[in-house]
Design a protein around this ligand. Structure first.
Ligand SMILES: NC(=O)c1ccc[n+]([C@@H]2O[C@H](COP(=O)([O-])OP(=O)(O)OC[C@H]3O[C@@H](n4cnc5c(N)ncnc54)[C@H](OP(=O)(O)O)[C@@H]3O)[C@@H](O)[C@H]2O)c1
Length: 248
């Protein structure tokens, strides 16, 4: 299979850890130029330096996806520096799970701000550039939780269902501009996501089984690469994957 990733400019949100960081490493190894966005600048700078030390191309841009101007700056910096954006990987996300009755409303707001509005701000920033060139690919990250709802995950699931709805709507609208849209829904993958659960009972419950079944983040990186590395006329719409051991 030909490698169409090699000459691509790929912007990744949430590149400071977990799935985003691994995707950045893998895509850079395949020759892509990666533009890394996250709030923890020391992490993305170290990642960019590590990629460059291996002969890859990477740029770190401090980004808070809850701030529209910050996401615009991430995409505009990529375009100013490299002339274009070929792929946006809308990956940043948070998952502070809890039962609704605990009324952790600030965490509901955070999930909506990062997981839904953050994705929308990414689309708002990238779409005009891609539309103008009639070329581009937007990849949004949903979850198995975007396909089914379990206890303690109502709000998180709602945000990930929303990501799928937005991806579907986007796909229906961007056909005239020759743009590709993919939604990737991972199951349990090793990352720092569980660290963001502050409801003790929920955290304990998840820590009792998730680390035992979670698969390495390179599983996600390979899915991203598969979607990107298709001929321009092939639009991989959805990828849903989970550990072989994960029952639901
Ligand atoms: N791991 C799984 O099992 C799994 C399963 C299904 C879906 N997902 C999805 O995969 C995506 C990546 O998560 P992960 O598992 O890799 O978790 P992670 O290790 O906690 O990484 C989350 C990333 O999101 C970034 N982020 C959070 N808030 C942000 C903000 N306001 N602005 C910019 N970046 C922000 C974090 O960067 P900073 O904190 O440095 O800003 C970090 O880079 C998420 O959308 C998650 O919902 C993960």
């Amino acid at each position: 299979m030909t490698n169409t990733i090699g000459n691509k400019i790929i912007v990744i949100t949430g590149a400071s850890s977990g799935l985003g960081a691994e995707a950045a490493r893998y895509l850079a190894e395949l020759g892509a130029t990666v533009v890394l966005g996250a709030r923890r600048t020391e992490r993305i700078k170290a990642l960019a330096e590590g990629i460059e030390a291996k002969g890859g191309k990477a740029l770190a841009v401090e980004t808070d996806v809850t701030d529209r101007a910050s996401v615009q700056n991430l995409v505009d910096t990529a375009v100013k520096t490299y002339g274009r954006i070929d792929v946006l990987l809308n990956n940043a996300g948070v998952m502070p799970l809890s039962p609704l009755e605990k009324l952790r409303v600030d965490e509901w707001d955070l999930m909506i701000d990062v997981n839904i509005k953050g994705v929308l701000y990414g689309i708002a920033a990238a779409l005009p550039h891609m539309k103008a060139r009639k070329s581009g690919h937007i990849i949004n990250v949903s979850s198995v939780a975007g396909h089914r709802v379990l206890e303690n995950s109502a709000v998180y699931s709602a945000t990930k269902f929303a990501v799928r709805a937005l991806s579907e709507g986007l796909r229906a609208e961007v056909k005239p501009y020759n743009l590709r849209t993919t939604v990737i829904s991972p199951g349990a993958v090793q990352s720092e996501l569980l660290d963001g659960i502050h409801d003790e009972a929920t955290a304990e419950q998840l820590r009792s089984f998730v680390p035992g079944i979670a698969i390495s983040a390179d599983s996600f990186a390979r899915c991203v690469a598969f979607a990107i590395n298709q001929p321009e006329e092939v639009d991989i719409n959805e990828i849903l994957f989970r550990p072989t051991k994960q029952p639901v």
